[in-house]
Design a protein around this ligand. Structure first.
Ligand code: UDP
Ligand code: MG
Length: 157
């Protein structure tokens, strides 16, 4: 019985992290939280048709940020990025919608707010290419990895 439960738990975890392709992962970053933009940004996300599958206010440790952004560890901005992402709480969330990854990248706009389209979250709320208010996964694979970094299967609905 215990073995069966264990197998079901593994199956459920694989289902959540690997088989859902209509999900993306986001973080409302420390600058946007500090400025009081959580509510306005969630309103944009809701209005764009995303369903919230998981959400929390959390504070990344230095180790968390280094692991989350490991792909950028050789980049010149890596140290600043880790400092920025750990200086205060963030809102982490898993979002669900058809074509979630691509549509969410469109909703947040370009990495540099100076290049972001009118009405996008980064155009409205980001200060600079470094402090750019919000994260959005860049692929289905990374959405699953990043979502699983912050949430267990039982905290995802
Ligand atoms: N970043 C930065 N300087 C740069 C490029 C990126 O500080 O020249 C930061 C910024 O916060 C960005 C994050 O590193 O959101 C990750 O960079 P990426 O190129 O993956 O941009 P994103 O996918 O967030 O648009
Ligand atoms: Mg990226």
């Amino acid at each position: 019985m215990l073995g069966f439960c264990f197998q079901m738990a593994i199956f459920a975890q694989n289902f959540n992290t690997q088989m859902r392709t209509n999900r993306t992962f986001t973080m409302i970053k420390p600058d946007a939280v500090e400025k009081g933009h959580i509510g306005a940004i969630l309103e944009k996300i809701n209005s764009a048709g995303f369903r919230i599958a998981a959400m929390k206010l959390t504070h990344m440790t230095t180790a968390d940020a280094k692991e989350f952004y490991a792909i950028h560890k050789e980049r010149p901005f890596f140290g600043e990025l880790v400092e920025y992402m750990t200086r205060g709480p963030i809102v982490a969330a898993i979002l669900e919608k058809d074509n979630a990854v691509e549509d969410f990248r469109t909703l947040i706009g370009a990495t540099n707010p100076a290049d972001a389209a009118e009405g996008t979250i980064r155009k409205l709320y980001a200060a600079s290419i470094g402090e750019n208010a919000i994260h959005g996964s860049d692929s289905d694979e990374n959405a699953a990895i990043e979502g699983a970094f912050h949430f267990s299967g039982r905290d995802t609905f």
